[in-house]
Design a protein around this ligand. Structure first.
Ligand code: KIV
Ligand code: ZN
Length: 433
């Protein structure tokens, strides 16, 4: 189905890992092609969307929100292309968003004609501010919208038997909704669908706007899980945004508080400050010994595709994937890294100071960790000369030469690459040859 199938998985080495906080991988749902795309300055072109979709398949996503077909012709056509060109593998379910309006739901089903399995995702806003100022409706008025939406989807699903239909409901702006009301509205929606453990409804709890510290969001999720009726027949999903910079933390704490599923995007693209970043959360799981069940083993290929499709640059210090995240310029860090690499027992717990994971796990090399500028020290410089040129400097020479390197880097106000350091070494000590 796609040309990226060759992406390697993350190898889960047989090491000892630090204590786990999250012991099970949540179900992932990528909303890149909908929430991510709707936030782009220039939405993805047809070919970028296709390429991104293939990337998501190659990374192992099993649930992918592919658009809002009733609101956008491009999304409608994209869904048709997926179905008509047989681009949806048997173990993958596409998800489509719609508001709770009958004409939109009808169009959504038209877009999905011929699909084998799909999630119909209905949302309406439930927070106090949305109820009072945007919709000017009381609680019952908002419940009526949700129940009507659920009913129309159910009627259309029954009128179109064959495909496996799953229903998802989001009380949009859950993070600003009174908890008793959030439970009431979801109970009302579930009463329409009558889910069972074998055929669950997805209730997706969005921090549409991140409004609290992540522990408070997790408390909201925990309370919801403890109070909603028929919990065993519900897949509780979370969908966090990053307005306070804690979307990943909020999703992680929510999973610890009982959520089963996480919606997010790659590298956190999405409305305003973005959605939660699935790559960061997946790598956090990995670094605790929990298999994220996503194929992240060739990260550079993945991030190149993401940024080519979204036209967004990747910050050089983006967790796990930025260009500079496995580098050390300062002397003390270099020295500690060098000692750990020299002294650690291979295949034991990854225990290298200043490197939270082994960069080679992501197909990055250890070769470029130590970088030299005017802040670097003797240990790092000696390490590089030994690694690259097989030259072992005695301690007195390490001390002397490192000040030569520092002066040179100060003069040029730039980083020195290993061949330049080697040249400098040769020119400095040429008379002693
Ligand atoms: O952020 C949000 O609330 C959404 C909903 C449509 C789920 O994107
Ligand atoms: Zn969102």
């Amino acid at each position: 189905h796609n040309k990226y199938q060759a992406f390697p998985p993350l190898d889960m080495p047989n090491r000892q890992w630090p204590n786990n906080n999250i012991s099970e991988t949540p179900l992932w749902c990528s909303v890149d092609l909908r929430d991510g795309n709707q936030a782009l300055v220039e939405p993805m072109t047809v070919s970028q969307k296709r390429r991104y979709y293939e990337l998501l398949l190659a990374m192992g996503f099993k649930e992918i929100e592919v658009g809002f077909p009733a609101a956008s012709k491009m999304d409608f056509d994209f869904v048709r292309w997926l179905i008509e060109e047989n681009k949806i593998p048997g173990d993958v379910t596409i998800q489509v968003l719609t508001q709770a309006r009958e004409s939109l739901i009808e169009q959504t089903f038209a877009a999905l004609k011929g699909v084998k399995q799909a999630i119909i995702h209905v949302y309406n806003s439930t927070s106090t501010v949305q109820r009072e100022l945007v919709f000017q409706k009381d609680r019952q008025g908002i419940i009526d919208i949700a129940v009507q939406g659920a009913t129309w989807v159910k009627l259309h699903a029954e009128a179109n038997p064959g495909p496996q239909w799953q229903f998802e409901y989001s009380p949009e702006s859950f993070s600003g909704t009174e908890l008793d009301f959030a439970v009431d509205i979801c109970d009302a929606v579930n009463a329409v669908w009558q889910p069972t453990a074998a055929n669950p409804v997805i209730i997706n709890l969005p921090a549409t706007v991140e409004m609290s510290t992540p522990n408070v969001f997790a408390d909201q999720v925990e309370w919801f899980c403890g109070n909603v009726k028929n919990r065993d027949a519900i897949t509780v999903s979370v969908h966090t945004h990053n307005d306070r910079g804690c979307a990943v933390a909020a999703a992680e704490l929510a999973v610890m508080a009982g959520a089963d599923r996480v919606e997010g995007t790659l590298l956190g693209n999405g409305e305003r400050t973005g959605n939660m970043d699935i790559i960061t959360m997946a790598m956090n799981l990995y670094s605790q010994g929990v298999d994220p069940k996503l194929q992240l083993g060739d990260i550079d290929n993945i991030i190149t595709t993401i940024s080519e499709c979204t036209q967004l640059p990747v910050h050089p210090r983006h967790p796990y994937v930025g260009e500079l995240v496995y580098t050390a310029f300062s002397g003390s860090h270099q020295d500690a890294i060098k000692k750990c690499l020299d002294r650690r027992v291979p295949e034991s717990t990854w225990n290298v100071a200043y490197l939270p994971i082994d960069p080679t796990d992501l197909n990055r090399t250890l070769q470029h960790v130590i970088r030299v500028n005017s802040q670097s020290g003797k240990g790092g410089i000696a390490y590089l000369l030994e690694q690259e040129y097989g030259v072992q400097l005695p301690r007195w020479l390490q001390i002397e030469f490192s000040s030569v390197v520092q002066r040179q880097s100060e003069t040029t106000a730039s980083e020195l690459l290993v061949p330049q350091i080697w040249q400098l070494f040769k020119s400095t000590y040429a008379h002693t040859e």
